[in-house]
Each structure stands twice: as structure tokens, then as C-alpha cells.
Design a protein around this ligand. Structure first.
Ligand code: AR6
Length: 186
């Protein structure tokens, strides 16, 4: 059965979202940082960092590679899960859009793995990591177009039925609205 995936684009703060999972634009250390990563760690409380440290001591001793994703519990957040992913950093020459696309597809794969049905994304790599809002929006829209066409249909497992992009400012919001066009319900 083909799952129906609703896509929303909103202005807001991802830490406030009442969804099953929020995605964190983290770095490979998983040990926190600025931007949305800092905001998520502050809102989640110390259990988030503790769980990230345990991942580093167990399955991810060298950190999380660019384009990969891993889930932790959400601590004090309204969201049950935080899915950490690492976007490509333009300033380190990481300019391949496939790396950024992988952040979105891997995060959705991990969401399905933990049984999250609603997922919120920030504009991964659009801050400190230097990608233009339009490029990030274009890559995200491309991934979502593929997901809507094939994603859940190919999957016997649980589905994600809501994907919400939570943009922190108006220019980002309009870049995403433009790139997504009629993928988003009016
Ligand atoms: N809710 C939604 N979006 C937000 C929020 C928020 N609360 N706060 C910031 N943004 P960035 P990156 C937006 O720099 O480019 C960190 O230090 C922000 O306006 O957070 O992937 C990590 O530890 C921007 O559009 O992530 C890494 O070292 C977007 O989130 C590095 O930054 C992403 O900006 C990752 O850089």
C-alpha cells in the first residue's frame, strides 16, 4: 500500500515542534555546538549529551560521518526522538549535493527504524556550514519528490506520514516554498 506523506513548510523553532522526531544539524563529534544543535541540546537537557557520549563510546568511536544519521531519545523536548545528522560543510570543500541529500534520506530511514511517524527537519547545512538556502531547499525538495514517488511504497515497515520543514527566518521559508512548489499542500 502506498503511504500518504504530508509535507509542511513552516516558520518556527524546531525545539518546540510536537512531532515524534526532530532532526538535528549536528557535527561529527555529536557533542554539541552552536546554531540549531545548541538550541536542541539546551531544550533537551543534559540527558541528550549523555546519550551522545555513550554513542561515541560504543558504536561511533570516530564520530558520525557526513551524510549519516543516528537517533537518540529527546530528553525534555516535546519530540520523543532526536535524529542527529551531519551536513556537508562548504568551508571544508564538501560541495557534493548527494552528501546533503543523504542527510535527508538517512534521517527518514532512521525515523522509520524507530517508528517515528512525524518528523521535523531544519535547513541542514544552511548555517555555519555555509550552503545557500536555495541549494538546501532544492536538495530537500528533490529528496521529498523521490520519497513521495517511491519511499513508503517500497517499504513493508512503518511509514512516516508527516514531514515538516521548520525554517528559522523568512528568506529560508521563501526559498523552501519556492523549491517545493505543489509538493506542499496549500
Ligand atoms: N529551529 C530551527 N532552525 C534553526 C534553529 C532553531 N531553533 N536555530 C538555528 N536554526 P546551523 P549547519 C537554523 O548553523 O549549517 C553547529 O555548531 C539556522 O538559521 O545550526 O548544518 C553544529 O554543531 C540555519 O538555517 O547548522 C555544527 O558544527 C539552520 O538552522 C554546525 O553548526 C542550520 O544552521 C552545523 O552547521
Amino acid at each position: 500500500m502506498m503511504g500518504f506523506m504530508r509535507i509542511e513548510i513552516v516558520l518556527g523553532d524546531i525545539t518546540m515542534q510536537r512531532v515524534d522526531a526532530i532532526v538535528n544539524a549536528a557535527n561529527s563529534t555529536l557533542l554539541g555546538g552552536g546554531g540549531v544543535d545548541g538550541a536542541i541540546h539546551r531544550a533537551a537537557g543534559p540527558s541528550l549529551l549523555a546519550e551522545c557520549r555513550r554513542l561515541r563510546q560504543s558504536t561511533l568511536p570516530d564520530g558520525l560521518p557526513v551524510g549519516h544519521a543516528v537517533a537518540t531519545r529527546g530528553g525534555n523536548l516535546p519530540a520523543r526522538w532526536v535524529i542527529h545528522t551531519v551536513g556537508p560543510n562548504i568551508h571544508w570543500g564538501q560541495t557534493d549535493p548527494a552528501l546533503l541529500a543523504s542527510c535527508f534520506t538517512e534521517s527518514l530511514r532512521v525515523a522509520r527504524e524507530v517508528g517515528a511517524r512525524s518528523v521535523a527537519f531544519p535547513a541542514i547545512s544552511a548555517g555555519v556550514y555555509g550552503w545557500a538556502a536555495e541549494r538546501v531547499a532544492e536538495v530537500a525538495a528533490g529528496v521529498m519528490r523521490d520519497q513521495v514517488a517511491t519511499g513508503d511504497a517500497a517499504d513493508a515497515g512503518p511509514t512516516v506520514d508527516l514531514v515538516r520543514f521548520v525554517l528559522f527566518n523568512e528568506p529560508l521559508l521563501s526559498a523552501f516554498r519556492d523549491a517545493f512548489g505543489d509538493l506542499v499542500a496549500a
